[in-house]
Design a protein. Structure first.
Length: 202
């Protein structure tokens, strides 16, 4: 890497507490992964984000891949340390670890009220045809669009009970909040928090 470019990168990394090398800008992200990380940073309470648009400079784009030993963007740096890309930031946000890295207080999550009818419970159990189901997940967008899928419970779940099923609430990526339930003898689930209505009926 060119010595001048390396010095420029190191100055950016050291001078900016929260630095994101991304496609586009924080005001106008030009890829979904970059937009997701910006949304997460705002959600955890970051007020000042230094954004660097790697699409505007080919030398910086190539240089950052070498500097971080990371081939993709966005790339997040906090307090001079490389944190990771979109998937890592999403995982750290879901587990609550990102609050500690950033240095902001993790908010108290209000437990959702979940209601499932006997008919819905029976339908789910019958649909499994005796196969073990780790979790039944409902993904709900900010526009309240939803999708149903089978998934596993995740770290950071907060459990609530309904009709003998254990539901777990978890803070999810701001752009895709989630609600999910699992069907075991001691089933587990994941649900979302404040931006998803706190009362769900299936």
């Amino acid at each position: 890497m060119d010595a001048q470019l390396k010095a420029e990168i190191e100055e950016l990394v050291q001078k900016n507490p929260v630095l994101l090398f991304m496609k586009g800008t924080k005001s106008f992200p030009q890829c979904g992964f970059s937009a997701t990380v910006i949304n997460i940073l705002k959600e955890v309470g970051v007020r000042e984000i230094k954004d660097v648009n790697i699409l505007a400079r080919a030398d910086l784009r190539d240089g950052m891949k070498e500097y971080a030993s990371w081939p993709t963007f966005p790339q997040l740096y906090v307090k001079g340390q490389f944190v990771g890309g979109c998937d890592i930031v999403k995982e750290m946000f879901a587990s609550g670890e990102l609050y500690g890295v950033i240095g902001t207080a993790k908010p108290e999550v209000k437990l959702p009220t979940v209601t499932i009818t006997e008919a819905a419970k029976k339908a789910v159990l019958e649909a499994s045809e005796g196969e073990p189901v780790a979790a039944l997940r409902i993904e709900i967008s900010p526009q309240y669009e939803y999708a149903l899928s089978v998934d596993d419970p995740n770290e950071g779940d907060i459990k609530v009970e309904s009709q003998g099923l254990t539901w777990c609430s978890i803070v999810r990526v701001p752009c895709v909040p989630m609600v999910c339930a699992s069907i075991f003898s001691r089933p587990m689930v994941a649900a979302s928090r404040s931006r998803v209505p706190t009362s769900h009926r299936a």
